[in-house]
Write a protein that binds this ligand. Structure first.
Ligand code: SAH
Ligand code: SF4
Ligand code: F3S
Length: 478
């Protein structure tokens, strides 16, 4: 169902074309407003990762531009679910919520519902929506999100369900409206898609092949964000370490980091996610040298068993992973490490699980996301025999979680009494005499302060660790 007519447009021409639809949508919305005697409202619910969160900001940007007003919950004129499909329970959540929305729509027939995001890239999902969820007005995918203004116009004009899904795209359309959730921090896409095909993972199928943005476009975006009050950015990609490989003038992620580090007014740079197989020494040195890059690395382990890692198609083994951790700690001794771990991959034995526990104990992660393996139809792992019985997986999962939590508590307690840089993000929600900020490792710190401190970094003594957050006191301004 690809819109062949438009694939010949350049990215710039496509953006200009979308602005025409924004103007058109504005007229529709103004007319409806008059009919109803009030503003039209919208609600975007986001599931999944930071990529989706950033995509939702693009949807919100367009909706506000055309005259919709955002509301907190789904009692709105237009509800959009930006979906995730990385694990089965992410899908179930969306179907559950749709049931609730259908009742609401029965009472408010003028309401519009749209579904987009990763789950919509699965043909079986779209078939289900087409057959069983006829009350959904619009379905689109991850590759044509830049066409949202156009799709919105079509939906406002039509009574029937509109479905527009592309299998892939090589286009990156820049410079459309975007509305940030936070005034002081922002995600910045540096690449889209994934080429790694880890055997359990559906992301490459729903996000398409790897495409890197031009460095000058990334830098210009960050400069504009800084001019607009942003002091912290999170560079986003499924595997940032392979950034730039396919650009006409190839550039490494380490080189990009060094360029971004030069941007005046920017205070902090974070990035996500690093695949261990592509983590170069050059990147470790760039992290060490660039003062704006947070001393934090999210380095998904997935499994500590070399045998399972091979089955997962991760292209590193236990020893290589531990060697990277050693190198990181040698160059950046205070670096915080976090990770993702999957329990119950097909064929995982007690022995394999113990290897994972061993890595967890040796690395001592500051925190770790632990997931129960979820079978994703179409991935190689879904076809593997010897799927692990649920009870065994649950037992391993609980043991891992206990270990991870114990270490994480120990690590946060160990920072008590230390003085560390904190970027002030906002006034404390409950106590007007306090400000709230974050450490490099993303932990929250509350300390006495005033509004003018927002957006600045202070050396703060972490006087008391309260589990997931600290109470501190300013020692020095950086
Ligand atoms: N590109 C990132 C991960 C994106 S998905 C990376 O490679 O690190 C985020 C996490 O979800 C993964 O790290 C993995 O731990 C988990 N995950 C992905 N597919 C999964 C599945 N089928 N079942 C359970 N967890 C999964
Ligand atoms: Fe999935 Fe692997 Fe790509 Fe991460 S690197 S998105 S886990 S396929
Ligand atoms: Fe989910 Fe898509 Fe992100 S599947 S984890 S929202 S890339």
């Amino acid at each position: 169902m690809r819109d062949l007519e438009n694939t010949t447009l350049t990215s710039k021409e496509e953006a200009a074309r979308q602005y025409i639809f924004i103007e058109k949508a504005k007229e529709y919305v103004a007319k409806k407003e008059q009919e109803m005697g009030r503003k039209l409202t919208f609600c975007v619910q986001t599931f999944g990762c930071q990529m989706n969160a950033r995509d939702s900001e693009k949807l919100v940007g367009i909706l506000e531009q055309v005259g919709y007003v955002e509301v907190e919950d789904e009692h709105a004129d237009f509800v959009i679910y930006n979906t995730c499909t990385v694990r089965e329970n992410a899908n179930n959540k969306v179907y559950g919520r749709l049931g609730y929305l259908s009742n609401y729509k029965k009472k408010n027939p003028h309401m519009m519902i749209a579904l987009c995001g990763c789950m919509m890239q699965e043909p079986t999902v779209v078939e289900t929506i087409r057959k069983k969820y006829k009350f959904v007005n619009l379905v689109f995918g991850t590759h044509n999100i830049y066409k949202f203004a156009e799709l919105l116009c079509n939906t406002l004009e039509s009574d029937s369900q509109i479905i527009d899904i592309w299998e892939d795209t090589d286009k990156i359309v820049e410079d459309l409206p975007i509305k940030r959730k936070f005034s002081f921090k922002s995600g910045v896409n540096i690449m889209f898609g994934c080429n790694n095909f880890c055997s359990y993972c559906i992301v490459p199928y729903v996000r398409g092949r790897e495409r890197s943005r031009q460095p000058q476009d990334i830098i210009r975006e960050i400069e504009n964000l800084v001019a607009d009050g942003v002091c912290e950015i999170m560079l986003l990609g499924q595997n940032v370490n392979s950034y730039g490989k396919n650009l006409e003038n190839p550039m490494t992620f380490a080189e990009l980091l060094r360029e971004i580090n030069k941007i005046e007014g920017l205070k902090r740079i974070r990035f996500m996610t690093s695949h261990p197989k592509d983590l170069s020494d050059e990147l470790i040195y760039a992290m060490r040298d660039c003062e704006k890059v947070c001393r934090h690395m999210h380095l998904p382990l997935q499994s500590g068993s070399s045998r399972i890692l091979k089955e997962m198609n991760r292209h590193y083994d236990k020893e290589q992973y531990l060697a990277i951790v050693d190198k990181l700690r040698k160059e950046i001794p205070d670096i915080a490490l976090t990770t993702d771990i999957i329990v119950g991959f097909p064929g995982e034995t007690e022995e394999d699980f113990l290897e994972t526990l061993d890595v967890v104990q040796r690395v001592e992660y500051d925190s770790a996301f632990t997931f129960i393996y979820s079978k994703r139809t179409g991935t190689p792992a879904a076809a593997m025999e010897n799927q692990v019985p649920e009870a065994e997986v649950k037992c391993h999962f609980d043991r891992l979680l206990r270990e991870v939590q114990e270490i994480s508590t120990k690590k946060s307690m160990a920072l008590e009494g230390k003085t560390m840089p904190v970027l002030v993000e906002e006034m404390n929600e409950h106590d007007a005499s306090l400000v709230t900020g974050r450490l490099d490792n993303n932990s929250v710190v509350h300390f006495p302060g005033t509004e003018d401190m927002i957006g600045n970094i202070y050396q703060v003594k972490l006087e008391e660790c309260k589990g997931f957050y600290y109470i501190g006191k300013v020692v020095d301004h950086e």
